[in-house]
Write a protein that binds this ligand. Structure first.
Ligand code: FO1
Length: 328
């Protein structure tokens, strides 16, 4: 107990960058935010899921992180707002709109303000920091880029925009591959690159490795910075299944081994350490064989305290990786 609190007091002095997307990512980001002050934690969020809908710019992963950090997220879905109503959406339906994307009234309010700020010429980073401030979120939540990058899923029917595939088609079509439209013209935001430059440790949250973490890593300059920094990933796959989302289905469709070890292999050139759930303790040797340091813990975040508990373990692990790499 004493050892852990000593480690934590040291960890409160290191600067951490978390890469996140989806609900699992937002949960661990919230756990880390419970432990580290805003000047020691930056969360860089995937924007490949973003799309234009009903004249609004929807940023599902950014908003999921914002709502979770503000503790106003819908606890059942993980995304969207708690105590939400859907009067606007119902009315659009009555007026003939095919309302397949569940935007609630409170969520729409935030989107109207995002629209206004974007139209006034603010960058997505500026808009996100301002929305965070208004929600009472003090940690920097940074969209990965200020230029649009849109994930396209290659299926047997052709390419589908991410939300069309994910929400409208409920991930039913097989995923044969993916493309990041706009990547050639995009760069990581200056704020995201600066945070990575200053980071003492980088944490890949338990997010989808392909569609959540993949787009962040695809931006020029990100991988190079991560290679300079002690980095760990938390497995989004537990016992051969994703707790939420299509990560396991995507791995199977791409011919990858559907297990935490399969995720570790996917990240092997990028990370020093890999967090496995206790259910996958038997895969620790396979992770070690990939040249990564395994760390086994209960990684299921059932509630707010569970998020904090996993974050404590992750920070202690990050510190030990830093020591292994000869950091101070
Ligand atoms: N996910 C769904 O499965 N169905 C929805 O209708 C839906 C609406 C929605 C609205 C706002 C928002 O921020 C997220 C929303 N999501 C919905 C989640 C979201 O699209 C996905 O979770 C992410 O893109 C995957 O990371």
């Amino acid at each position: 107990m004493e050892v852990i609190s000593k480690q934590l007091s040291v960890s409160s002095e290191i600067k951490v960058v978390a890469l996140a997307g989806g609900v699992g990512g937002a949960k661990l980001a919230h756990g880390l935010a419970q432990l580290l002050p805003p000047e020691r934690l930056t969360i860089i969020v995937n924007t490949g899921d973003d799309f234009e809908h009903l004249g609004l710019t929807i940023c599902p992963d950014v908003d999921t992180v914002l709502y979770n950090l503000a503790e106003v997220n819908n606890p059942a879905f993980g995304w969207g707002r708690a105590d939400e109503t859907f009067h606007v959406l119902e009315e659009t339906k009555r007026l003939g709109h095919d309302a397949w994307f569940m935007l609630g009234d409170k969520d729409i309010a935030l989107h109207l303000l995002r629209r206004q700020m974007l139209d006034a010429g603010m960058t997505l980073t500026g808009v996100t920091l301002e929305l965070a401030r208004r929600l009472g979120v003090t940690h920097p939540v940074l969209p990965m880029s200020d230029q649009p990058v849109r994930t396209m899923i290659l299926t047997p029917e052709g390419e589908l925009p991410f939300q069309e595939y994910f929400v409208h088609r409920r991930t039913e079509p097989a995923m044969l591959g993916m493309r990041l439209a706009g990547l050639e013209e995009a760069r990581a935001s200056d704020a995201a690159l600066a945070a990575l430059d200053e980071a003492d440790a980088v944490v890949f949250c338990p997010s989808n490795p392909f569609v959540s973490i993949g787009p962040i890593l695809a931006l020029p300059g990100v991988r190079e910075r991560i290679a300079q920094t002690p980095t760990l990933a938390v497995s989004p796959i537990i016992g051969g299944r994703a707790l939420k989302g299509p990560a396991a289905k995507m791995m199977a469709e791409q011919g990858l081994e559907v297990s935490a070890a399969g995720v570790a292999r996917h990240y092997a050139c990028l990370v020093d350490g890999f967090v496995l759930d206790e259910a996958d303790a038997g895969l620790a040797d396979a992770v070690r064989a990939l040249g990564l340091t395994p760390f086994v813990t209960d990684s299921v975040m059932r509630d707010k305290a569970g998020r904090r508990r996993l974050a404590e373990k992750v920070l202690a692990f990050a510190l030990s990786l830093r020591e292994e790499r000869g950091g101070e």
